[in-house]
Design a protein around this ligand. Structure first.
Ligand SMILES: [Zn+2]
Ligand SMILES: [Zn+2]
Length: 285
């Protein structure tokens, strides 16, 4: 089977549901050629879902141990999914740049209200609706605009290899207003975002985590033509939180990419990103 890789994954060092080794075993069992471990990076406040700063040493040591243990069976990589929070906390700061990581993911989950209150946009639709009413007086456009401002600033700072789940907010936005994401205002936000991704020569992941439960990828399949237009390199990741889901939704995404005329996906080989051909999903392989 071709293109069996994943570079966005979690484990019990953050909010993943099993020890790191169980994920690697699952990937090896499926015949993966490479696998990247990317726990949520430490945050400047206590958060159950993120790696604690005091455990970073243990985290890196465990990946090192598994690199040796599974040497010859799979290429294993050490990474972190790093939040863009504000000017002080983002992937490009010295702390994250100096850690011995093989690559870095830049993601936006949290944004700030105009009053400076922290909001997690990556929540269920019910909570999202509540946030919208309580903290944005129902002004969905303001919330979306702030999300894209944070996302754009993350690109300006850089310091990471690929963008995690771009436009993930769209799912919750659609639960509040099914028309907003279809309009020109939203499309311009997205186009400006991907234009900057291209200008900064960054990569975008197709995140398949929600495919089984919600039937969509992030960025959304409707957005992929913008990726194509700007010739943005991609990587297809499952964002697995359970070992049995390391490949969940990936084959469907690879097939859809091929149908849309994409020819390659990014994979790490000997520590370098290379463009590998999309190889005949569902054909005679
Ligand atoms: Zn994330
Ligand atoms: Zn993640």
């Amino acid at each position: 089977m071709p293109n069996l890789t994943n570079y966005h994954s979690h484990c019990s060092f953050c909010d993943g549901k099993a020890p790191l080794e169980a994920f690697v075993e699952s990937a090896v069992g499926l015949g993966f050629t490479s696998y990247g471990v990317s726990s949520h990076a430490p945050l400047p406040f206590p958060a159950k879902w993120a790696l604690e700063q005091e455990r970073v040493g243990d985290y890196l040591a465990e990946i090192e141990r598994l690199k040796k243990k599974f040497c010859g069976q799979i290429e294993l990589y050490a990474a972190m999914e790093i939040d863009y929070l504000n000017e002080e906390q983002h992937p490009a700061i010295d702390y994250f740049q100096q850690l011995s990581l093989d690559y870095r993911i830049g993601s936006v989950h949290i944004v700030y209200t105009p009053e400076g209150k922290m909001i997690d946009t990556d929540t269920n639709a019910e909570n999202f609706k509540q946030i919208l009413e309580q903290d944005f007086r129902g002004d969905l456009k303001q919330l979306v605009a702030i999300y894209f401002e944070s996302s754009m600033r993350m690109l300006e700072y850089g310091g990471f290899d690929f963008v995690g789940h771009a436009n993930k907010i769209s799912y919750n936005v659609e639960q509040c207003d099914p028309f907003l994401t279809q309009g020109e205002w939203y499309k311009k936000k997205l186009t400006d975002f991907f234009a900057l991704v291209a200008e900064k020569e960054l990569r975008v992941e197709i995140n398949t985590k929600a495919y089984l439960s919600k039937g969509c990828f992030f960025p959304r399949i409707e957005n992929w033509k913008i990726l194509k237009k700007f010739n943005i390199p991609i990587v297809v990741n499952s964002d697995a939180h359970r070992p049995e889901l390391v490949n969940a939704g990936r084959m469907e995404a690879l097939e859809a990419l091929q149908e849309m005329g994409f020819r390659t996906v990014g994979e790490l080989h000997a520590g370098k990103w290379v463009e590998m051909p999309l190889e005949g999903m569902g054909c005679n392989f």
